[in-house]
Design a binder for this molecule. Structure first.
Ligand SMILES: [Zn+2]
Length: 312
């Protein structure tokens, strides 16, 4: 009898924990996705597909409105997710899993050529945060742009792969065609400033305007629809500013992402959605540790400092 009671208490606790997790969301951020990382990145995506409910823009909107992942645009189909399938017990299972936003910063071509197909093979969609000034840049200037604006590349590795396979092109950045194609395929396009600028306290307000308001306008003009998601550049606590946040909000960005790692809970502030930074070729145990609390713990101090800098 005592054993029955104990097990029912445990089951009850699990049920409570599961219900709670259904009201949370983990946002993650990747940068370079070299072809050599396909195998380990695929393993990470398989894990996400099994344990989380991946959200696109519509799914995130519903998550915010309904307070859980019970209903959204990407429904499960044969172990993966598909936009057009309805499964009767899906909602029950989804209720017990946290949501997931999987994002990619910096507008790199390998995100289009390597990452997007791997996501789509699992019915998942990504959130791609692009520096708007990189979209039109000729190939010959892209390397210098990245060096000048601190966009980290793993091109040596990619070039080596190019001789063996042909998936990764010689270009560094996605162009407008790729961005539009991603959007057409259901991925989310967000803004990552115009020139990949860290908004340090010394940065002139006029530059803030160009990097926020003008970058948004430019991206929207090119895409032909409103862009309301933004990701800060850098991640150091002194790259977040209260006046920049105010400008972001006034410009119409309603979903603003940091890299200060924390679960997002229903009712949380969408002006500071913290993402966990991951690499696609992380050793799997380290990947698990990071998304299950290690990064949240490691970023505790930085997160507080960044929120203070934004006066949130
Ligand atoms: Zn970046």
């Amino acid at each position: 009898m005592a054993g029955d009671r104990a097990s029912s208490v445990i089951e009850g606790s699990v049920a409570i924990e599961s219900a709670r997790m259904g009201n949370t969301l983990r946002a993650v951020a990747y940068h370079a996705v070299p072809q050599s990382s396909m195998s380990s990145f695929s393993r990470q995506l398989d894990y996400f597909a099994k344990h989380y409910v991946p959200l696109d823009a519509e799914g995130f909107t519903q998550f915010l409105a309904q307070g859980s992942c019970q209903s959204f645009g990407m429904l499960e189909n044969n172990g993966h997710y598909s936009a057009n399938t309805t499964i009767s017990n899906w909602q029950d299972r989804a209720r017990h899993r946290p949501g997931l936003i999987i994002s990619f910063d910096d507008g790199l071509i390998e995100q289009y050529e390597v990452a997007a197909p791997l996501l789509e093979a699992r019915g998942m969609r990504g959130w791609f945060f692009v520096p708007s000034a990189l979209l039109d840049l000729e190939q010959e200037f892209q390397q210098d742009f990245c060096a000048l604006h601190d966009i980290s590349l793993r091109r040596k590795e990619a070039r080596k792969e190019k001789t063996q396979h042909s998936l990764v092109s010689n270009r560094i950045a996605m162009g407008l065609n790729e961005i539009k194609d991603l959007a057409r395929r259901g991925h989310v396009i967000g803004c990552h400033t115009a020139h990949h600028v860290r908004m340090r306290p010394t940065l002139d307000t006029a530059i803030l305007f160009d990097e926020i308001v003008e970058a948004k306008k430019e991206l929207e003009m090119r895409l032909g629809y409103p862009v309301n998601a933004f990701a800060w550049v850098g991640g150091e606590p002194d790259t977040y500013r209260a006046d920049a946040l105010q400008m972001l909000c006034e410009a119409g960005f309603s979903w603003i992402f940091t890299t200060q790692s924390s679960l997002f809970r229903v009712g949380g502030d969408t002006r500071a959605i913290h993402r966990t930074v991951l690499e696609p070729d992380l050793p799997f145990p380290l990947f698990l540790a990071k998304i299950n609390g290690l990064s949240d713990l490691m970023h505790c101090g930085r997160r507080k400092a960044s929120l203070n800098a934004m006066r949130l």
